[in-house]
Design a protein around this ligand. Structure first.
Ligand code: NAD
Length: 262
């Protein structure tokens, strides 16, 4: 018997990077997983088939855009009808934009707040009663070390991620007597497409080379001088879903190679 056998999980933004690592770990623990995110249709189908075959669980996919509340509601409805009531919600989808505040595009601000923060509110709102009814639930918000400290040129991202921590604490208090935990994971840098894409912009904003961005910006504060891996984050998320983690709630858990110890 695996720890999450029979449980149903939604992992947003799980067609790539950290979300995929978490979907992998939850399905390996026995959970049925509804994948979400953008990408090539064939590649997404291949991920779905691989996870289902490797872990003998049902894996669904829904392409809801996390900036659209009505698509989020449809994602939850489809999860219920195809996999069952939602037990585990991982709010992971996120985007980034790097620019000085006076040039920060207003549309990027709005999109980052919608995808990185408001989608967690909408999904929690849609799934909370069914968790309450079964007296068990796990909500994991993938925040960031940038939920705890700031960096220049990332105003929207840092604001959204700090907001995620406030939401996490509030939901933890509302769920505490109903067997529902809510926690934020705060990764340091993980070498995913989200980070790879910001290297050229950061180089431009700071007027330095891309190699210097990796060495002197991304890994400068990460004391281990290593990127965090998606498998390590997946293992932490899977642990938070176990009964051993039932008393961990309302917290922010950094996995950042010592970044926020400075
Ligand atoms: P990624 O770009 O590899 O993956 C992002 C995922 O979100 C993809 O599946 C993408 O399709 C999906 N997505 C993007 N916009 C979406 C939308 N509007 N609707 C639905 N899905 C959408 O990025 P990642 O690095 O794996 O990031 C995942 C989360 O981890 C984000 O919230 C990010 O802020 C956070 N994070 C990443 C790092 C890092 O160093 N990579 C560090 C700290 C926190």
């Amino acid at each position: 018997m695996r720890t999450l056998d029979g449980k149903v999980a939604i992992v947003t933004g799980s067609t790539s990077g950290i979300g995929l690592g978490i979907a992998e770990a939850l399905s390996a623990s026995g959970a049925k997983v509804m994948l979400n995110g953008f990408g090539d249709k064939g590649e997404i189908e291949a991920i779905q088939k691989r996870l289902a075959a490797d872990h003998s669980v049902k894996i669904g996919y829904h392409g809801a855009d996390m900036s659209k509340p009505e698509q989020i509601a449809d994602l939850v409805a489809k999860t219920r009808t195809t996999l069952g009531s939602v037990d585990i919600l991982v709010n992971n989808a996120g985007i980034q934009h790097v620019a000085p505040i006076e040039e920060f595009p207003i549309a990027k601000w709005d999109a980052i707040i919608a995808i990185n923060l408001s989608s967690a509110f909408h999904l929690t709102r849609e799934t909370f009663s069914e968790m309450k009814a079964r007296k068990w639930g796990r909500i994991i918000n993938v925040a960031s070390a940038h939920a705890l400290v700031a960096s220049p040129f990332k105003s929207a991202y840092v604001a959204a991620k700090h907001g995620v921590l406030g939401l996490t604490k509030t939901i933890a208090l509302e769920g505490a007597e109903h067997g529902i935990t809510c926690n934020a994971i705060c990764p340091g840098y993980v070498l995913t497409p989200l980070v790879e894409k910001q290297i050229p912009d950061t180089a431009k904003a700071r007027g330095i080379s891309e190699e210097a961005v990796i060495r002197d910006v991304l890994l400068a504060a990460q004391a281990t001088k290593q990127f965090v891996t998606t498998a390590q984050l997946g293992a932490l998320a899977a642990f938070l879903c176990t009964d051993s983690a039932a008393q961990i709630t309302g917290t922010s858990l950094p996995m950042d190679g010592g970044w926020t110890a400075h």
